[in-house]
Design a protein around this ligand. Structure first.
Ligand SMILES: C[S@@+](CC[C@H](N)C(=O)[O-])C[C@H]1O[C@@H](n2cnc3c(N)ncnc32)[C@H](O)[C@@H]1O
Length: 251
């Protein structure tokens, strides 16, 4: 694979493939939301791709909403691809590299919860846009800057490093795209609650999304983080808020 960070990220996901679907609640919900949007768009017939498909939740939802349509699942993790429902429609590919060249370019490029793991999300987004067929659609969803406000606040209060991933800002993400081609730009908020930080962050680890640029925290630091987590509700539960950017762009 192309770089050390990229390999670490892929190793994380590869090792969690078999438990991914069980823990990926938010990813499942987002896959169905994107597939619903796609149903209402005039997407030309042709090649449809799910980039960073993982186990293929988005591809499955798209195929369900478009009976007869085939979606190619492209990912850098062999184990994730091995869990896909359509083994004949998978391709192992490092998305930190330019996309393969197809004689018939894609009319839909969809990608959910992947772009933020790549080395340069904005440049990659521009590259994906450029590889679309005329009138094709690029639809992506990913966490962005502002995600996990409670985690950042707790880390700052407890004076421990925040090991949450650094997400791109909306502004940086779309900076290289032709503004007039952006058809929809939505920021969605989802909150989860749990009794303890371990239960709150556990699903992220379970799906293989625990790779961090920070050194691992000690048990003592995790305890401090849990104590300083803000906005406990009456029953003592704590909250984690995701901020997800949904972008729909027409070529
Ligand atoms: C959080 S999962 C999302 C999977 C799926 N899109 C979903 O919504 O359930 C992120 C996926 O991106 C893939 N990925 C991360 N870095 C990649 C890279 N450099 N090349 C290809 N795939 C990559 C991982 O293997 C993983 O399957």
């Amino acid at each position: 694979m192309s770089n050390t960070w990229g390999s670490k990220v892929l190793d994380g996901f590869d090792g969690s493939a078999t438990q991914y679907n069980r823990a990926a609640r938010l990813q499942k919900a987002m896959a169905w939301r994107i597939a619903g949007h796609c149903q209402r768009l005039p997407i030309p017939s042709g090649r449809w791709l799910d980039l960073g498909s993982g186990t293929g939740l988005l591809a499955d939802a798209l195929e369900h909403r478009h009976p007869g349509k085939i979606v190619e699942r492209i990912d850098g993790s062999p184990s994730m691809l091995a869990c896909c429902t359509r083994q004949d429609q998978t391709q192992l590919w490092d998305l930190n590299q330019p996309l393969p060249v197809w004689r018939d370019p894609p009319t839909l490029i969809a990608s959910s919860f992947c772009l933020h793991w790549l080395s340069d999300p904005a440049t990659t987004l521009r590259h994906w846009f450029e590889r679309l067929a005329p009138n094709g659609w690029l639809i992506v969803a990913l966490p962005i800057e502002g995600c996990f406000p409670q985690w950042h606040a707790a880390a700052s209060q407890a004076s421990v490093p925040c090991s949450a991933l650094h997400f791109p800002s909306s502004k940086d993400l779309i900076a290289l795209l032709p503004n007039e081609q952006i058809r929809r730009q939505e920021k969605l908020s989802f909150s989860e609650q749990a009794n303890h930080i371990t239960a709150l962050l556990g699903p992220m680890k379970a799906i293989g999304a625990g790779t961090s640029t920070c050194a691992s925290l000690s048990v003592k630091q995790w305890r401090q983080l849990n104590t300083d987590w803000p906005a406990r509700c009456a029953e003592g539960r704590i909250k984690l808020t995701w901020v997800i950017q949904l972008l729909m762009i027409e070529r």
